[in-house]
Design a protein. Structure first.
Length: 196
């Protein structure tokens, strides 16, 4: 029996690649873990990347489709960040179905003053929002290095369409927040659990 048969010989090239990939993933995860508590610095870094991307678009006078797709993706991330994990409108629909069938299900957000306090749980946590937006900005910046993605379009239409889309979706989101009485931010608020 040879030494490679019992696993004591030299590793194969595939095993070397796998080991290197595992090592790089571990280092990447350690880097992300070190960045986790530094919220302001992370967002400032992402804002800087976004500024570099926008300057690239402005000075190169191209890649408007890449910019538009990036903006739509960031808008979708923002909407997921502002929405609760358990949508009260879906819960209302389920509650209406249950009432018709004679059952009862609890609501994820308090609807009356006597209801138990439940903290706001986002559909997309802040960490995932930051990580996804940073990755998307890096990918969009990388796409501006290739002429393949520089599709000629009339960019003012894209800008107007994006702002109309942004206005309509944010208006709908704000109406949803008002209707179901939740605020996705806890700036200076303290939860009150009872009358004193």
């Amino acid at each position: 029996m040879s030494s490679t048969d019992n696993g004591l010989g030299d590793p194969t090239p595939l095993q070397n690649v796998s080991a290197q990939y595992t090592k790089i993933r571990r280092q990447y995860q350690q880097l992300l873990d070190r960045w986790t508590p530094h919220i302001l610095q992370r967002w400032l870094g992402t804002s800087g990347l976004l500024a570099v991307f926008m300057l690239r678009i402005i000075f190169a006078q191209g890649w408007y489709i890449v910019c538009y797709a990036h903006a739509i993706y960031l808008l979708n991330l923002l909407l997921a960040f502002l929405q609760p994990k358990f949508d009260p409108s879906l819960q209302d629909d389920l509650l209406a179905d249950e009432i018709e069938e004679g059952g009862d299900i609890p609501s994820p957000l308090p609807s009356q003053r006597d209801d138990e306090f439940r903290p706001f749980v986002r559909r997309l946590p802040e960490w995932q929002f930051w990580l996804s937006s940073t990755r998307a900005t890096l990918i969009a910046l990388f796409c501006t290095t290739s002429e393949i993605f520089d599709v000629p379009v009339y960019w003012p239409i894209l800008v107007v369409y994006f702002f109309v889309l942004f206005f309509l979706t944010m208006r709908r989101q704000i109406q949803h927040m008002i209707k179901y009485k939740y605020i996705p931010f806890d700036i200076g608020r303290k939860a009150r659990y009872g009358n004193k």
